[in-house]
Design a binder for this molecule. Structure first.
Ligand SMILES: C[S@@+](CC[C@H](N)C(=O)[O-])C[C@H]1O[C@@H](n2cnc3c(N)ncnc32)[C@H](O)[C@@H]1O
Length: 439
């Protein structure tokens, strides 16, 4: 699905409106001219390693099955086995048949489908909530361009990583700020193989060096942090598995808690200057990290705290007021309150007409016994509706109703604060403007 192109160099993205430190050396732009990978627009056929979504053709309500394609593998379904070899080489929208003759349509999963259907160790932030959070964070990045060459990258901290669901949504928001991932030429098959520069170094070493060089050129980064190595490793696989790792290069995974990580970063960067434009805390005891986060967040940067309970948001508001922290409360939003309701809108034909058509076509290997009660109930209701509306057997009727049983609901609360100039405590015994606003 990919091909190699030559990049003609690129520059850094910038965060509009946020305060930024001084630009580093201009040497980086030279290192950024790499051979790169980019997507080929005409190559839609599925290949080994791709993750595809297979949906039953005859069941519009089917959530689908996520499958990572491996030539020798089969996926077991209650409607017969699906051989991956039959899917490889096919394009999205084409059909594949199980060993029992049932048709499945091949799809490239959307981010929402992928997040919903990947195996999980912890509860993720659901796609509708993740989209709203990203929107509330008001993240803006530029594509690489000479005018912003040398600016430091936009850096976002997300603590805890969990399933990697919000991580993927954040990475999608910043993706355009980063150049395509680098890939070395296949020196073994080219004349440059004799170039002494490459002698003594394996292609893997060179690829690592190439990747490392690319990382220093990124215009935007999501740092994602979790205390649990198990969760972090699982989330890394989830991020790498989405669209062949399209967003993986934009994410740095870290282990630890926000307090120790920020202190390590300040030590490694040899400065106490703020370096983060946005911080999202989705972990227990978020109020205990507000102080250290303030030290790393740019003035005017945004802090978001996500919590299932409003009382934990109240604890943060209280702590900020009591300790006179430099945050201005922007808003508190309940998630899941305006849940996106999916509707089932499709044309159906009365069962009698359908049966006639099916008898003409190849026999269907699926038996009624395989349908779940839910599907049977739904089919019966569709049939009644079609009989009512269709009048004539040959006509189609429309089913239009809210979809039931889909896991689109999340819920919880998100509070957003903007980082203010720290109050000068020695000058005034009165609460700062920011603290007064919070009270
Ligand atoms: C509910 S999950 C986060 C879900 C995630 N935002 C997503 O969209 O998939 C909370 C995560 O916080 C992690 N965690 C708990 N305490 C932590 C701490 N002190 N520092 C860092 N991570 C922590 C847990 O291991 C867990 O993976």
């Amino acid at each position: 699905m990919f091909q190699r192109l030559q990049a003609d160099g690129y520059n850094r993205a910038r965060l509009r409106g946020a305060s930024r430190p001084a630009p580093p050396s201009g040497e980086l732009s030279k290192a950024c001219a790499l051979s790169v990978l980019t997507r080929r627009p005409d190559a839609n056929d599925s290949t080994e390693g791709d993750v595809v979504l297979l949906k039953e053709k005859k069941n519009a309500g089917h959530d689908g099955i996520l499958v990572k394609l491996q030539t020798t593998k089969q996926t077991h379904t209650h409607r017969g086995n699906l051989a991956h070899a039959d899917i490889i080489g096919k394009e999205s929208r084409q059909l594949v048949h199980s060993a029992r003759g049932n048709a499945y349509r091949i799809h490239e999963p959307t981010l929402a489908e992928y997040v919903r259907l990947t195996p999980r160790l912890v509860t993720p932030i659901y796609p509708s909530d993740a989209n709203l959070i990203v929107s509330l964070l008001d993240i803006h990045v530029d594509t690489p361009s000479p005018s912003i060459n040398g600016s430091p990258p936009v850096e976002i901290l997300e603590a805890g990583t969990g399933h990697g669901a919000l991580t993927l949504h954040l990475a999608r928001a910043i993706h355009a700020a980063n150049p395509p991932l680098p890939k070395l030429h296949n020196y073994a098959s080219e004349q440059e193989a004799e170039d002494p520069v490459y002698l003594g170094e394996s292609i893997a070493d060179l690829q690592d060096a190439n990747n490392e060089s690319w990382r220093t050129c990124r215009g935007a980064i999501v740092h994602t942090l979790d205390i649990s190595s198990k969760h972090s490793e699982h989330a890394k696989k989830i991020v790498e598995g989405f669209k062949n790792g399209i967003y993986a290069g934009s994410v740095d995974f870290h282990l630890g808690d926000p307090g120790s990580w920020i202190k390590e970063q300040q030590k490694a960067r040899k400065t106490q200057d703020p370096f983060l434009s946005h911080v999202i805390l989705d972990l227990p005891g978020a109020d205990t990290y507000l102080d250290v986060v303030a030290s790393a967040l740019h003035i005017d940067g945004l802090l978001a705290v996500f919590n299932p309970s409003i009382t934990q948001i109240v604890e943060c508001v209280e702590k900020i007021r009591k300790d006179r922290m430099p945050y201005l409360l922007d808003r508190v939003v309940e998630l899941g309150a305006s849940t996106i309701r999916e509707w089932d809108v499709r044309a159906v034909r009365p069962r009698a007409a359908l049966k006639k058509a099916e008898q003409k076509a190849a026999p269907d290997a699926s038996s009624g016994a395989e349908s779940s009660d839910v599907i049977k109930g739904q089919e019966a209701r569709d049939d009644e509706l079609a009989q009512d509306l269709g009048k004539n057997e040959e006509k189609w009727a429309m089913v239009c109703r809210p979809k039931a049983g889909q896991e689109v609901v999340g819920g919880g609360f998100i509070a957003l604060w903007r980082k203010m100039e720290p109050a000068n405590l020695s000058e005034s015994p009165e609460p700062s403007a920011a603290a007064t606003e919070q009270a």
